[in-house]
Design a protein around this ligand. Structure first.
Ligand SMILES: Nc1ncnc2c1ncn2[C@@H]1O[C@H](COP(=O)(O)OP(=O)(O)OP(=O)(O)O)[C@@H](O)[C@H]1O
Length: 586
């Protein structure tokens, strides 16, 4: 069930702050005290002026000046303490948010994460969360200050002279009416939303552009030829222009209005001075504070724009936190053994477009089943369903007689090892790349690396197992990276294995080494091997041939050669490819 937060804006930010709220309130309280003390020198100057005009002696003026200096010093100290409190709260919130999002992403089916562009995830995890931190650290104290200063100021001014105070209030009234009715319109909100969507698309385009650079260079393409990149940059520019066109005139009007806020005070002040006995000190006080209190409100206007931006980021973050369904593991059932069963499995990535249709086959414990079939027939998808990258739409997959949806997710992951088509290496030591967070000793990692046939090339690296993958001058071939992947799975020692194109990146020498490693890895395990090179699976107990998402035939290699025309055709194509000689083509 969705646990969606109904709140937005500042209320949602305070909800996000959770147990750090107390620190934020402390920061706000300190800012109010700071605001009072920051105004104190102005009040003192007012009394000094009064004193001078009424001919008081110098010692009293010096006392008042000393008080003013003390107030300034204390107000700085309070501002510092408030900033400390808000920053400590903000960095803790930032840390907790990132952990929460990462934990959530770890609990949703991996396929949904893969389908989100890395650019949009980067924007949420880095930019949006960072903005929340900045707003909490600076924006919340600034907002409190922007409200507290004018309120304190106006109260004081009303006490001194209610007529001038009333006129001083006019600009504030203008802001209160003007801003929501212009900045909060549907058009303005839509322009802002489009700006954010286009920013996200541009992020995704940039990430893809950087990834595609080597291919583009080979084909002599420029950045503008990479339409996804240039298109998103163009869209972004268009939306920024549109947003600016909508907001610039409104901002211009607001700013000129605020910049001329002095005029009504000046006019009434002059009138009262000449006709109603207004003292010079009161007049000066209003000329300084009667419009000076507007300054913090400028900040409030820009803070409200920031809040709209943050709100968009928070919504995207909430989509991850609340809208994505987590993998549910119904009961605490444990598998009885390590056999696998596909029972009438159907699956679609997008509605009704089924890529697997009523797929059924059994993989008895300790046996090897090969999934083969033309490209796009659904082999990888079938393998990924076993580790719940996605959940099946119909039918079921069971491990040891228990539907995998009913198994605790950790139990499933503990029991299944997966070698992916793509190699995923991390910017960390080879030792850490192999043990993948497990508490394993160097001796255990070396033993796994030896079985995976990667120990020898690791020993050639500058710092052997401590060499950091990705450092300058450290390069591993695709086949070598694939053997590191095998070492990971060997170390994990799971009873069930899914090997997806384990020899995908290999030359004949590597393929031989990888197959040797796989043979050792597969001993006494339940294995599904997804393979294009049919010569690697002839010894499998069972070969399942998939075609357009359906099981076309099942049997051993020999049986299928005799009874399955599709398999026969694939085998012939494979053997022809093995005998292929480029010289015969030219
Ligand atoms: N993330 C995805 N979103 C939408 N459709 C997908 C996704 N991944 C794969 N497909 C589609 O599902 C179908 C089956 O793909 P799959 O990768 O499982 O086939 P395959 O038999 O493993 O292919 P190959 O041998 O080329 O690796 C294809 O039509 C593919 O386009």
């Amino acid at each position: 069930m969705k646990k969606e937060s109904q709140k937005s804006g500042l209320a949602r930010l305070l909800e996000i702050a959770g147990r750090r709220k107390a620190l934020l309130f402390l920061s706000g309280a300190l800012v109010i005290l700071h605001a009072i003390l920051a105004l104190t020198p102005y009040f003192i100057v007012f009394y000094i002026l009064n004193a001078l005009l009424s001919g008081e002696n110098a010692s009293q003026v010096i006392d008042l000046l000393a008080w003013a200096l003390g107030a300034v010093a204390l107000s700085f100290a309070l501002m510092y303490a408030s900033g400390m409190a808000s920053h400590i709260a903000a960095f803790n919130i930032l840390y907790e948010l990132r952990c929460k999002i990462a934990e959530k992403l770890g609990n949703v089916p991996m396929g949904y994460v893969n389908n989100k562009s890395s650019g949009s995830l980067k924007k949420i995890l880095a930019d949006d969360v960072e903005r929340i931190e900045t707003f909490i650290a600076h924006g919340i104290p600034d907002t409190v200050k922007a409200v507290a200063l004018p309120v304190i100021c106006l109260i004081f001014l009303f006490v001194i002279d209610w007529r001038l105070a009333l006129v001083s209030f006019i600009p504030l009234l203008g802001v209160i009416i003007f801003v929501p009715s212009t900045m909060g319109t549907e058009e303005s909100k839509k322009a802002m939303e489009k700006y954010h969507n286009s920013l996200e698309d541009m992020n995704a385009g940039i990430v893809e552009f950087v990834r595609a650079m080597p291919v583009m260079k080979i084909f002599g393409q420029s950045a503008t030829a990479f339409t996804k990149y240039s298109g998103t940059v163009y869209d972004f520019q268009e939306h920024v222009n549109k947003w600016t066109q909508i907001s610039a005139p409104l901002w211009g009007m607001l700013m000129s209005f605020l910049n001329n806020a002095l005029l009504p005070v000046l006019a009434l002040g002059v009138y009262l001075y000449f006709s109603a006995g207004l003292t010079l000190s009161v007049f000066f006080l209003f000329l300084v504070l009667g419009v000076g209190y507007i300054r913090p409100i400028f900040a409030l206007v820009s803070l409200s724009t920031q809040l709209v931006i943050i709100d968009h980021g928070v919504k995207r973050m909430d989509e991850i936190l609340f809208d994505m369904d987590e993998l549910d593991s119904g009961s605490d059932s444990l598998p009885q053994n390590f056999s696998l069963k596909f029972d009438n499995v159907s699956f679609a990535y997008t509605e009704d477009n089924f890529v697997l249709k009523n797929v059924s086959f059994d993989v008895p414990q300790g046996s090897l089943t090969a999934l083969v079939g033309p490209s796009g027939s659904g082999k990888t998808t079938a393998g990924q369903l076993v580790v719940r990258f996605y959940d099946v739409n119909a039918g079921s997959i069971s491990l040891g007689g228990v539907n995998i949806k009913s198994l605790p997710v950790e139990k499933l992951m503990e029991n299944v090892g997966f070698v992916f088509q793509d190699n995923m290496m991390f910017y960390q030591s080879i030792f850490d790349n192999i043990r993948m967070g497990a508490k394993k000793s160097l001796a255990e990692v070396i033993a796994a690396a030896k079985i995976a046939r990667c120990h020898d090339f690791i020993m050639q690296l500058p710092n052997q197992y401590e060499t950091r993958f990705g450092d300058k001058g450290v390069h591993l071939s695709g086949g070598e990276q694939q053997r590191i992947q095998l070492a990971r799975v060997i170390l994990k020692d799971a009873p069930v294995l899914i090997l997806d194109e384990a020899t995908a990146f290999s030359d004949p020498e590597n393929e031989h080494l990888i197959m040797d490693a796989c043979r050792e890895l597969m001993q006494n395990k339940t294995v599904i091997i997804i393979a294009h090179r049919l010569s690697t699976i002839t010894e499998a107990e069972q070969v399942v041939v998939l075609n357009q998402g359906k099981v076309a035939c099942k049997g051993t290699h020999i049986e299928l050669l005799a009874s399955c025309p599709l398999y026969h055709k694939m085998w012939n194509a494979h053997t022809r490819a093995q005998e292929f000689d480029i010289k015969k083509c030219v």
